[in-house]
Every structure is written in structure tokens, then in C-alpha cells.
Design a protein around this ligand. Structure first.
Ligand code: GLY
Length: 369
């Protein structure tokens, strides 16, 4: 199993996304890019280091002139400028120069943080993304968004930094715990909902194979997701328009993530945000009632939440306004016209949003009824 997707900008190929079932092709791809004999700075975290750092070193040690590894504590709380400073200091200490290579080995936090370091170190050095979670394989490693959280805002400080290569080894998905794995499914389902109705049907009809992590099905699912992302980022690399469609479920999702102090996984919050957004789409007359309920219930077999207790809907609404996207131009809310077709609505009111948040809020009163 081996697939290649080339991401183009202005009709020119910019980087490849390789979808493989092991790491054995990584060295050759890096050689092809011209990095043979350069210093490699691998950045990873405390979850991924014990699993794959040694294998990556074995695969790459004959290609580079020096191999350095920096690992930081896993988790969203590491996604900040302190970690960036530590990584940059390590790069200086290792005499990494502009022609060397950063390799981001891990999930979304590693990819975003290491990608940002590569974007700013000596005004930018090349980065290869090696995503190891479902979420990072289908979303964050593709498209060049990098950055860290700042001052209570998610991804507030960052840069667009296109990778030189995205190398996906789908067998790493076997090492994910169930919550991490299904968290990634929220982003997979998002593609079906916003832009590809046949992918949505495919996901439903391959539900059991997805549960069982059947290798061919995982490879197909990651590939179709990456093609969806490729299409959007090629059209709108810097998010001046359509790329914002990828934020479906994220306005309310990010607010819940913050409200819960990152105790829930990103994809769990995105699933809740997607349900709320689908509800608002129904209330605005875009989706039918049946379509709304079908979308809502589709998250259940993938162990994703469709309701949440222990939130204060008004506070969650307030938090939607402290999303960086809401700072200057107000909220660009992503709604659905139908399965497979999303649009940006700038007229979603606080009442609309609170309706969506209350829909997913499972209160003690609901329990008594
Ligand atoms: N994850 C959303 C984007 O890349 O635009």
C-alpha cells in the first residue's frame, strides 16, 4: 500500500503527501528532496519518542551528517512560546543552519509547534511532517498552518509554513488509544459533511472496518481526507475564503475545549461543535429535521459525544468570541446546506448560537424527564 498526493500552488507542485504503511520509504524521499548529508533535527514529544524515535533514527542515520532529537512533554499545555524557545535553543546548540532539516514526528501539537520553529528559525528552514495520530494525518500536517497558543487563545501566534514533505505511516494508528483514534474521526467526518457526500456514505458503510483499523480501509480513509484537504488548501492556501470551511464545528468546539480546560480531546469538542452547527443549519432552514438527526447520530458509532453536561451555555457562547477568528471581523460561522455542502454564514446571531449550544447541553433536568 502506497499512495502519493502532490499539493500544488499556482499550478506548481509544492510538496508530496506520501501515504505508506511503514517508515521504510522516508529516507529515500528525504534524499530526493536534496537533504542528504544535512543535519536533521527531529522534534517529538514524550508519548511518541518511546514508540518511534529509535526507528526514525535507524531509518535516517545514514542519510544525515548528524541526527538530533528533542522531545517535550506531550499535551496541549506544551503548545506555547516556552516550548518554542527551548526548541530554538536546542537548534542553536546543535548548530542547525538554514540548509538543514527539521522533522516533526508526532501529533498535532508536535507538528504545529515544530513547524512554527522551522518557520522562524533563521527566517525559515525546511520541515518534513511525519504525523503519527489520525487527527494530524488527516488534517494538521497538511496545509502549512503552524503555531502555538498564546494568552488564552488557541493558535494565536503562528505562521504559514508549507512542509517539504508529509510522510504518513498509517500503521502508527495502531498505537493510538481509542479516545485519540476516534478524536481524529471527527475531522474525517467533517470532510464528508462539508464537501464530499460520497465520502460521508463511505464512512458509514465502512464503520466496522474503521473500528477494526483494517489497513486498506485506513489507507483509503486517510487518502480521501488528504485529498479533501489538498483541494481546499490549493484553492485558498492562506485562508482568505474557502479554507474557513474547514472550521466547521470548530467555533463552538474550540469554545468547549477551552471551557473544559482541554480535558476533552480536540475531536470530541469538534464533534459537539459539528452537532451544534448542524442544529443551527436546521433551525435556519438549510437542513431538514431528518438530515440534522442523521448527522447528529452519525458521531455515536465512532464513540464521539453528541451532548455534554457540566457546561454553562452562556459562558461557552462568551468563549466563542475569544476565538482568534472572532477578534477582528466577527464570527464566520460554517453551516451546512446539505451533507457534502458547507457555506460561510456571517449572520449567525448569539441566539442562533445559544440554541446550538443548548441543543448539545445535557442538563440534570433532561435526565429527570
Ligand atoms: N485545520 C484547519 C486548516 O488547516 O485550515
Amino acid at each position: 500500500m502506497s499512495d502519493l498526493i502532490t499539493v500544488n500552488m499556482n499550478k506548481k507542485p509544492i510538496y508530496d503527501i506520501c501515504i505508506e504503511s511503514d517508515f521504510s520509504g522516508l529516507a529515500a524521499k528525504i534524499k530526493d528532496l536534496g537533504f542528504e548529508g544535512k543535519k536533521f533535527m527531529v522534534i517529538t514529544d514524550s508519548n511518541v519518542e518511546p514508540l518511534y524515535a529509535e526507528t526514525i533514527k535507524e531509518e535516517l542515520k545514514d542519510v544525515c551528517s548528524a541526527f538530533f532529537l528533542y522531545s517535550f512533554p506531550a499535551g496541549e499545555s506544551s503548545k506555547n512560546l516556552d516550548t518554542v524557545t527551548k526548541i530554538l535553543s536546542e537548534m542553536v546548540a546543535n548548530k542547525i543552519n538554514r540548509h538543514d532539516l527539521v522533522i516533526a514526528l508526532g501529533g498535532g501539537v508536535v507538528g504545529d509547534t515544530a513547524g512554527f520553529c522551522a518557520a522562524i528559525y533563521q527566517r525559515g528552514i525546511a520541515v518534513v511532517q511525519v504525523p503519527t495520530t489520525l487527527l494530524s494525518q488527516v488534517d494538521s500536517s497538511v496545509g502549512g498552518k503552524t503555531g502555538v497558543d498564546f494568552d488564552g487563545y488557541k493558535n494565536m501566534v503562528g505562521a504559514f509554513k508549507m512542509p517539504s514533505l508529509v510522510y504518513i505511516n498509517t500503521s502508527t494508528l495502531n498505537s493510538l488509544d481509542s479516545r485519540q483514534y476516534y478524536s481524529g474521526m471527527a475531522e474525517v467526518m467533517k470532510y464528508g459533511l462539508i464537501m464530499d457526500a460520497s465520502f460521508y456514505e463511505w464512512i458509514l458503510s465502512n464503520m466496522y472496518e474503521i473500528h477494526d483499523k483494517k489497513p486498506e480501509v485506513l489507507a483509503d480513509m486517510v487518502k480521501t481526507s488528504c485529498i479533501c484537504k489538498q483541494k481546499i488548501v490549493e484553492r485558498d492556501p492562506l485562508e482568505n475564503g474557502d479554507r474557513a470551511l474547514l472550521n466547521f464545528g470548530h467555533t463552538i468546539g474550540h469554545a468547549i475545549e477551552k471551557y473544559k480546560n482541554f480535558e476533552l480531546m480536540h475531536g470530541e469538542c469538534v464533534a459537539l461543535g459539528c452537532v451544534a452547527a448542524a442544529y443551527i443549519s436546521w433551525q435556519k432552514g438549510k437542513l431538514s429535521k431528518d438530515e440534522y438527526y442523521e448527522i447528529r447520530d452519525m458521531f455515536v458509532p465512532f464513540n464521539l459525544p453528541i451532548s455534554i453536561d457540566d457546561i454553562d451555555p452562556d459562558k461557552v457562547l462568551e468563549l466563542t468570541k475569544s476565538d482568534k477568528k472572532a477578534i477582528d471581523k466577527g464570527i464566520k460561522f460554517v453551516l451546512l446546506k446539505r451533507v457534502g455542502k458547507a457555506y460561510i454564514d456571517q449572520n449567525v446571531t448569539d441566539e442562533d448560537m445559544i440554541g446550538g449550544i443548548r441543543e448539545i447541553y445535557f442538563s440534570e433536568e433532561d435526565e429527570k424527564e
